[in-house]
Ligand binder design. Structure first.
Ligand code: URA
Length: 474
């Protein structure tokens, strides 16, 4: 008699039971493609109870997924709903996706920049996840902006504007819609395999010609350790390439919030400043990273012979106002009221505001950026329970960067909260997250550590020892 955990043979069509899949993963076994498809279909069609999906996710988080399971999960999630066919757009379809960070708002810059350079950017994004903010929550700070479009509407916005940013829907990657929200509530976000499948299912369902991934490392990343982030970058590049999408990953620093604002409306305002050609010093890292990501999109999309040439085109689109034009056109096409950008401070109506001042004199030596992300969420910018609304006006603007010298009493950050009662917790988190030193900090890590191409990713994954060491780490 066959044991329950024996690998299935081709043609073995024995019934599958979710309880067996939970127990198998709990005990360190590997699921085959048919079992993974069963699980994903059950998530998409709500035929598997949510507590059993949650139990399987936790088992997968603890035990890890091997490369074959991750590939099968990615493809099954991609195929859990309809797929978008961008071939009728008459332009190369390219996109960018980040593994998640604090103040990470590059989508609002790279999508219009790439579209202004003649590419189509069909971007399927997510909501706030764990300590990180969500592109969709930020866009919904614009009155009227609709993130849930039918495929026909998505295509029409793309044809007219070049870029469209939308959500997963009951018809578009429904499995990720369910599993993404469940991971957020069950502490199962920080898993390389689950992150890879979540991101790539959305990107592959959009039928992209090319994809640029921004894989974060450092204190605010889901995978903080450099070796884990490298593994995730290699895994995602190899998985997307095997599915037929030309892909590169940039491994980038998340050791401090990106730019100065972290929240919903306030992040859009920071981006609009850049799209209008202004760049305050505290937004310089945001500008540099956005241009680097857009440069690769433009190169892979066939509009520039090299990423360096792509960078020149990206910079021109940012400074000549063409990217701003695309952004406004897209917002308008998706029902958003662009007039709120006429006077951004007038539209900003937080329930409570407080300036946190430096509690000592010295250099900012370290930032626990994950704790800063939780501080942002607790102002009201994030949600406690799935489906809860978020406060468009809540968040934190940081006035000092890592390495800066500050005097006691100098403003460090401005907190915007939904109610006065929601100031104390984020303020306390912020105080615990920032460490001062009397001496200048060592040189800051580079903004972009390295670039993973297909060749580099395959060479990395070919090193079995590395895969074994990091496949299930957090
Ligand atoms: N972004 C996603 O879409 N999914 C993840 O799991 C992490 C970041």
């Amino acid at each position: 008699m066959k044991s329950k955990d024996a690998p299935r043979q081709p043609g073995d069509e024995a019934p599958i039971h979710i309880i067996d899949l939970i127990r198998k993963k709990r005990d360190g076994g590997a699921l085959d493609a048919r079992e993974i498809e069963f699980l994903v279909t059950g998530a998409a069609h709500s035929s598997i109870p949510v507590e059993q999906l949650a139990a399987w996710l936790m088992a997968a988080w603890l035990r890890g997924l091997n490369v074959d399971e991750i590939r099968a999960l990615t493809l099954a999630m991609r195929d859990s709903g309809e797929r978008f066919d961008p071939s009728r757009l008459g332009r190369s379809a390219v996109d960018k996706h980040s593994t998640g960070g604090v103040g990470d708002k590059t989508s609002f810059l790279v999508a219009p920049i790439a579209a202004a350079c003649g590419l189509a950017v069909p971007m399927i994004s997510g909501r706030a996840l764990g300590h990180t903010g969500g592109t969709l929550d930020k866009l919904e700070a614009i009155p009227g902006y609709r993130t849930s479009l039918s495929l026909t509407e998505f295509e029409s916005v793309l044809k007219n504007c070049g870029a469209s940013i939308v959500s997963q829907t009951p018809s578009l990657v429904p499995a990720d819609r369910v599993l993404y929200a469940l991971r957020d509530r069950t502490g199962t976000v920080e898993s390389p395999g689950l992150i890879c499948a979540s991101i790539l299912s959305k990107k592959l369902a959009a039928g992209l010609d090319a994809l640029v991934l921004d894989v974060k490392t450092g204190s605010g990343a889901f995978l903080r350790k450099r070796e884990d982030a490298e593994y995730l970058a290699a895994l995602m590049v190899a998985t997307a390439e095997a599915a037929g999408t030309q892909t590169v990953a940039l491994l980038t620093d998340m050791g401090q919030p990106l730019g100065s604002a972290a929240g919903n409306w306030i992040e859009l305002v920071e981006c609009i400043e850049l799209l209008r050609g202004n760049c305050p010093a505290e937004s310089e890292d945001l500008r540099q990273l956005s241009l680097a990501l857009a440069a690769w999109m433009i190169h892979l999309g066939g509009k520039a012979a090299s990423p360096e040439a792509g960078y020149q085109l990206a910079e021109a689109a940012l400074t000549d106002g063409s990217a701003l034009g695309v952004f406004f056109k897209m917002v308008d096409a998706q029902g958003g009221d662009v007039s709120v950008f006429d006077d951004p401070p007038a539209f900003h109506k937080p329930g409570a505001t407080e300036v946190v001042k430096a509690w000592e004199t010295g250099y900012i030596a370290e930032m626990d950026t994950t704790a800063l992300g939780w501080a942002v969420q607790r102002t009201g910018a994030g949600r406690e329970k799935a489906g809860e609304p978020v406060d468009a006006h809540a968040g934190i603007v940081f006035h000092a960067r890592r390495g800066a010298y500050v005097e006691q009493g100098q403003p460090l950050a401005t907190l915007y909260a939904t109610t006065p009662a929601q100031i104390a917790e984020p303020a306390a988190l912020l105080k615990r997250a920032i460490r001062f030193s009397p001496r200048p900090a060592q040189a800051a890590p580079p903004l972009i550590h390295q670039v993973f191409t297909r060749e580099k990713a395959e060479a990395y994954l070919g090193d079995a020892a590395k895969v074994k060491k990091t496949a299930s780490s957090s």
